[in-house]
Design a protein around this ligand. Structure first.
Ligand SMILES: Cc1cc2nc3c(=O)[nH]c(=O)nc-3n(C[C@H](O)[C@H](O)[C@H](O)COP(=O)(O)OP(=O)(O)OC[C@H]3O[C@@H](n4cnc5c(N)ncnc54)[C@H](O)[C@@H]3O)c2cc1C
Length: 303
C-alpha cells in the first residue's frame, strides 16, 4: 500500500493532521482540489490565533505548508470524488486517479454559499466573485457591491475599500450579524456605504457584469447599483455528500467523536467539515492534531 494516510483537503486542519502524522513517522499524502491554505488564505489578517498578534492568512498557510513539506509530506492537486473501503484499505478516487491508504482523514472545510440567482454562474469570473482576497485586485479603482451581512462580508468590504473606488454593502435584513468591532471599523471608512433590506433580484451585463438590481423588501421598489464587481459573502456550506457511504452526516457536516473518529474505523474528520460549535483556525488545527494522532494510533493497531 503506497500511503499510510491520505488527507483530503489542504487547509489548516489537513496540514495540522499531516504535521502530527509525519512527526509520528507515518507516510502522508494530501489531496487539495484548489490551493493549499484553505479559507484562511483568503483572509488579509489573522489576528485571533494565540501567540501571533497579526499575520496575513496567506503567510500563515505558507508557514504551515513549508513546515509539513520539510517533514516529507507528499501532495497532489486533485479533487477527491469518492472513497471506497476494501478490506482494511481505503481507495480514494480522484478526478485523475485512485490512491490507496490504510487510513483517511477528511478535512474538506466548507465552500461558498451561492445566492441561486439565474445569472450567478454565468457571470462568476465576469464580475461576480466569492473571494475578495483572490479577485479584489481586478476591481482596482472601480465601484463594487458586496452582498452579505456577517464577519466575512465586512472583512471583504474593508479589504476592497483599500483597492476599489467605492464599496456598497447590501444586506438582506435590517442589520449586520458581524462582530461590533468590524461594524465600527467599516463605518469609519469613507468609501464604504451600506444599505439594508435589499434582496438580490438580477445581475445585469454581458459578457461582464454592469449592475446589480435589488428589490427593497420594505418599499417593494427596485433599486439598481451600477458596478464592475459584485462580491457575494453569504456564508459557507459543507460538501460531504460524496462520503455519505462511510460517514454519518448532520446537515451536510460530518459527525465525529472527540478522537475525530467517524463511524468507519480508520476514517477520521477534522476542521470546519465536521459537526462542531466554533469554526475557526484555532479549532481547525486542534481537530487536525487530534485526528493525526488518532490516525497514527489506529495504524499502530493494524497488523
Ligand atoms: C474571509 C475569511 C476570513 C476568516 N478569518 C478568520 C480569522 O480571522 N480567524 C479564524 O480563526 N478563522 C477565520 N476564518 C475561518 C477559518 O479560515 C476556517 O475556520 C479554517 O480555515 C477551517 O480550516 P479547515 O482546514 O477545516 O477548512 P478549509 O480552510 O475550508 O480548508 C479545506 C480545504 O479542503 C479542500 N477540499 C475540499 N473538498 C475537497 C476535495 N473533495 N478534494 C480535495 N480538496 C478538497 C478545499 O479546497 C480547502 O482548501 C476565516 C474564513 C474566511 C473565509
Amino acid at each position: 500500500m503506497a500511503q499510510d494516510v491520505i488527507i483530503i483537503g489542504g487547509g489548516p486542519a489537513a496540514m495540522s493532521a499531516a504535521l502530527y502524522l509525519l512527526r509520528s513517522g507515518k507516510k502522508v499524502l494530501l489531496l487539495e482540489k484548489e490551493a493549499f491554505g484553505g479559507q484562511i488564505a483568503e483572509s488579509p489578517r489573522l489576528e485571533n490565533y494565540p501567540s501571533i498578534q497579526s499575520i496575513s492568512g496567506l503567510e500563515f498557510s505558507d508557514n504551515l505548508f513549508n513546515q509539513i513539506m520539510g517533514l516529507g509530506a507528499e501532495f497532489e492537486l486533485e479533487e477527491a470524488e469518492s472513497i471506497e473501503k476494501k478490506g482494511d484499505a481505503f481507495l480514494v478516487h480522484t478526478n485523475y486517479q485512485t490512491h490507496e491508504a490504510k487510513a483517511v482523514i477528511l478535512a474538506t472545510g466548507v465552500k461558498h454559499r451561492k445566492l441561486g440567482n439565474p445569472r450567478e454562474e454565468e457571470l462568476t469570473g465576469h464580475g461576480i466573485s466569492y473571494c475578495a482576497v483572490c479577485d479584489g485586485d481586478f476591481f482596482s479603482g472601480k465601484d463594487v457591491v458586496l452582498i452579505g451581512d456577517a464577519n466575512t462580508a465586512l472583512q471583504y468590504a474593508l479589504l476592497l475599500a483599500g483597492k476599489c473606488h467605492h464599496v456598497t454593502i447590501c444586506t438582506l435584513f435590517d442589520r449586520f450579524f458581524a462582530d461590533e468591532i468590524l461594524v465600527e471599523a467599516m463605518k469609519k471608512v469613507p468609501n464604504i456605504s451600506y444599505r439594508h433590506n435589499l434582496n438580490t433580484k438580477e445581475f445585469k451585463g454581458s459578457p461582464d457584469l454592469t449592475s446589480v438590481v435589488f428589490t427593497n423588501t420594505v418599499t417593494r421598489e427596485e433599486e439598481e447599483f451600477p458596478c464592475a464587481g459584485a462580491f457575494i459573502a453569504i456564508g459557507q456550506i459543507p460538501d460531504n455528500d460524496r462520503y455519505a457511504n462511510l460517514v454519518e452526516l448532520e446537515k451536510g457536516f460530518i459527525k465525529a467523536n472527540e478522537k475525530m473518529e467517524t463511524k468507519t474505523p480508520g476514517l477520521f474528520a477534522a476542521g470546519d467539515c465536521r459537526v462542531k460549535g466554533v469554526r475557526q483556525v484555532v479549532t481547525a488545527v486542534n481537530d487536525g492534531a487530534i485526528a493525526g494522532l488518532s490516525a497514527a494510533n489506529y495504524l499502530n493497531t493494524l497488523k
